[in-house]
Design a protein around this ligand. Structure first.
Ligand code: GAR
Length: 199
């Protein structure tokens, strides 16, 4: 299976995926890494690992539709079967989502449907929940909404700072994202209504 990893920032999840592929425990081919941010540290992580990088910046396109047409073109040219969002901070539009229906997944640093949005770790900490976690889910037209593939909890201790909680969340993300991708690569799932059944 050919995957494309989309990342806008640091790229630690990208590196975790690369590690498992190199170890042979995740049997996929990382066909390319797509970023909307020419300054993303994820770019050098990809290049160091020999992963092809495609930089597509929205400001080079007149509108979202033509930006997404270029993204779709790149995915098709590289025979991508699964799009893996790993800290990709642009909201995907309907053209891309319908072109890759049930073939786009995302990792979110909270237990959805709680704490949707771009600052989920801080929001959970500020709210005072005792338990948060990580969610891997399919991407649909609504934000942080699609069918949930995998979820794991993280306990918030009273002494936890934002930095500590971020570390706990990221450590867990790096463990479960490659696992979830592996399940999909082996086709070990079906979607019933919005429930993902692991086979
Ligand atoms: C991850 O924690 C991911 O869950 C989060 O961005 C971070 C990217 O880190 N995504 C979202 O908040 C999406 N709403 P990384 O670039 O080091 O992989």
């Amino acid at each position: 299976m050919n995957i494309a990893v989309f990342a806008s920032g640091k790229g630690t999840n990208l590196s975790a995926i690369i590690r498992q592929v190199k170890k042979g425990s995740l049997k996929v081919n990382i066909a390319l890494m797509v970023t909307d941010n020419p300054k993303a540290p994820a770019i050098s992580r990809a290049r160091r690992a020999g992963v092809k990088v495609v930089i597509i910046t929205p400001k080079d396109f007149p509108d979202k539709k033509s930006f997404e047409a270029e993204v779709i073109d790149q995915l098709k040219q590289n025979n991508v079967d699964l799009v893996v969002l790993a800290g990709f901070m642009l909201i995907l539009g309907p053209n891309l989502i319908s072109a890759y229906k049930d073939k786009i997944i995302n990792i979110h640093p909270a237990l959805l449907p709680s704490f949707k949005g771009a600052s989920a770790i801080k929001d959970a900490l500020d709210y005072g929940v005792k338990l948060t976690g990580v969610t891997v889910h399919f991407v649909d037209e609504k934000i942080d909404n699609g069918p949930i593939i995998m979820q794991e909890p993280v306990k918030i201790e009273e002494k936890d700072s934002l930095e500590i909680l971020e570390k706990k969340i990221h450590r867990l993300e790096h463990k479960i994202y490659p696992k979830a991708i592996g399940l999909l690569a082996e086709n070990r799932f079906k979607i019933e209504n919005r429930k993902v059944v692991i086979l």
